[in-house]
Design a protein around this ligand. Structure first.
Ligand code: NAD
Length: 451
């Protein structure tokens, strides 16, 4: 672990050489990253299987394919995004022209979590490279095989003065945070996010914090019940519920509760089979400690679907729980596992009030065909982002900046959002020397001073 001053100094020196400011250099680096990922695809899939038992399908769609697509999108637009933009100039500034110059921050630190250990380390790196920065990435220690493949891959394609991976746990993060960075991008829990923000404050370093929280999912009485059940089962139980934007809990309208829960059971069986514990492609819980924490939630309420578990293999079946209140432990913290509590409601206004009394969710999902209700929820509750009549999918669009609000996060990224996040937007006024308006000066005389 030790001291990272030498590495940070090396990257600072490289950054100040100006090499990374060239757009061709950035585009070539993105291409190298893309080729590197393709070359390591099999190794990455094997590592994700070993760390979390992720299936090849999930590994490709949610870890590898998604970042390849992000690189492709950014490569296509980078030249246009990185040009200085001419903007309007007010009449008071007559004679001058106004521009916004995007410029890289310098050396950035990226700290990643374990739940999508490859995607969440690489996606911010793509933004950092596109914007012309150098980067040090600390992947999660809880997925050591994936973090090792990622580290080796980066070591093969980039020099450490440009992009470097540092392996380790909390002490390593702490040692990195003792150094001065120009930007810190953190993905992880709210509690660690606060530690990162405090460390960044010492150097007034700007941050993006991609955090978590309890993301509600509301199923109204006019919803397409079968479709809602399938899309919720998919969004909740992929990666065994270990997804920051997974629906954390459901609010289901009383009039459709039973028919919806029946459909939800059918959808879970359709996606994961009759015996998910025996399904070789169902993601495992990351560690014994996380397993035991989730297991303790099964004591609350009444299990109406699933509930079987296997501690040796760290698997918990997709489980649906009813008769839950906000005072149960399962409702006090982000669940981050394959357990779905169900609350019922009669009036949507009560749901809105209930959610408003809790920290701002990272995501919110609403199933209804009623556009007025859609607007009421979208404008009435503050949350990071979400979907109407779907779950999770908003995260995969490069046109939608992804991030939280309040305790679910600070800032956003993906697509143009990533380029903007890792760039400082420098405002420049280019003034004329042909004349000098006197109004701004004390003791001004009327009229125009023609020079
Ligand atoms: P975590 O906060 O425990 O760890 C994240 C990273 O921080 C790891 O690399 C870890 O080594 C490091 N870390 C842990 N403790 C630290 C400390 N005291 N000081 C400095 N660094 C420290 O999070 P996790 O358990 O890996 O991930 C789960 C959490 O991440 C959930 O809350 C989830 O919602 C959130 N998450 C958010 C997003 C998002 O995009 N918003 C995505 C994935 C996960």
């Amino acid at each position: 672990m030790g001291n990272f001053k030498t590495l940070v100094d090396k990257q600072n020196k490289f950054f100040h050489s100006g090499t990374t400011k060239s757009i061709s250099y950035r585009l070539a680096a993105l291409q190298k990253l893309r080729n590197g990922i393709k070359a390591h695809e099999k190794q990455l899939m094997d590592a994700l299987k070993a760390d979390l038992n992720k299936s090849e399908f999930e590994s490709y769609t949610s870890e590898i394919g998604i970042v390849l697509e992000e690189i492709r999108f950014i490569q296509k637009h980078l030249r246009s995004w990185s040009k200085p933009k001419r903007v309007k100039t007010p009449i008071t500034h007559v004679g001058s022209k106004s521009y916004i110059y995007p410029e890289p921050y310098g050396v950035v630190l990226i700290i990643a979590p374990w739940n999508y250990p490859f995607q969440l380390a690489v996606a911010p790196l793509i933004g950092a490279i596109a914007s012309g920065n150098c980067a040090i990435i600390k992947p999660s220690e809880l997925t050591p095989k994936t973090s090792a493949v990622f580290g080796n891959m980066i070591g093969e394609i980039f020099s450490e003065e440009y992009v470097s991976v540092v392996q380790g746990g909390i002490e390593t993060s702490e040692a990195l945070l003792a150094e001065k960075f120009d930007y810190i991008f953190f993905t992880g829990s709210v509690s660690v996010g606060k530690i990162i923000m405090e460390a960044a404050a010492k150097h007034v370093t700007p941050v993006t914090l991609e955090l978590g929280g309890k993301s509600p999912c509301i199923v109204h009485e006019d919803a397409d019940i079968k479709l809602a059940a399938k899309r919720i089962a998919w969004g909740k139980f992929m990666n065994a519920g270990q997804t920051c934007v997974a629906p954390d809990y459901l609010y289901v309208h009383k009039n459709i509760r039973d028919v919806f829960l029946h459909q939800l059971g059918l959808a879970i069986r359709e996606l994961y089979g009759e015996k998910p514990l025996k399904n070789p492609n169902f993601t495992h819980i990351v560690s014994k400690r996380h397993f035991q924490r989730l297991e303790s939630f099964l004591q609350d309420g009444e299990i109406i679907f699933g509930g079987e578990k296997d501690e040796e293999n760290l698997v918990i079946e997709p489980t649906v729980v009813m008769n839950i209140t906000w005072n149960d432990p399962i409702m006090m913290d982000e669940i981050f596992g394959p357990i779905l509590p169900v609350l019922e409601y009669q009036k949507l206004s009560n749901v809105i009030e209930g959610i408003q009394q809790h920290p701002n969710p990272l995501a919110l999902y609403l199933f209804t065909k009623n556009e007025q209700l859609q607007d009421e929820v979208i404008t009435g509750i503050s949350f990071g982002g979400g979907c109407i009549n779907d779950t999770v999918y908003h995260l995969a669009s490069p046109y939608l900046p992804f991030g939280g609000v309040g305790s679910s996060g600070v800032g956003a990224y993906h697509g143009k959002g990533s380029f903007d996040t890792f760039s400082h937007h420098k405002s420049i006024l280019k003034q004329t020397t042909r004349f000098d308006l006197p109004f701004r000066y004390p003791n001004m005389k009327n009229g125009l001073n023609i020079i």
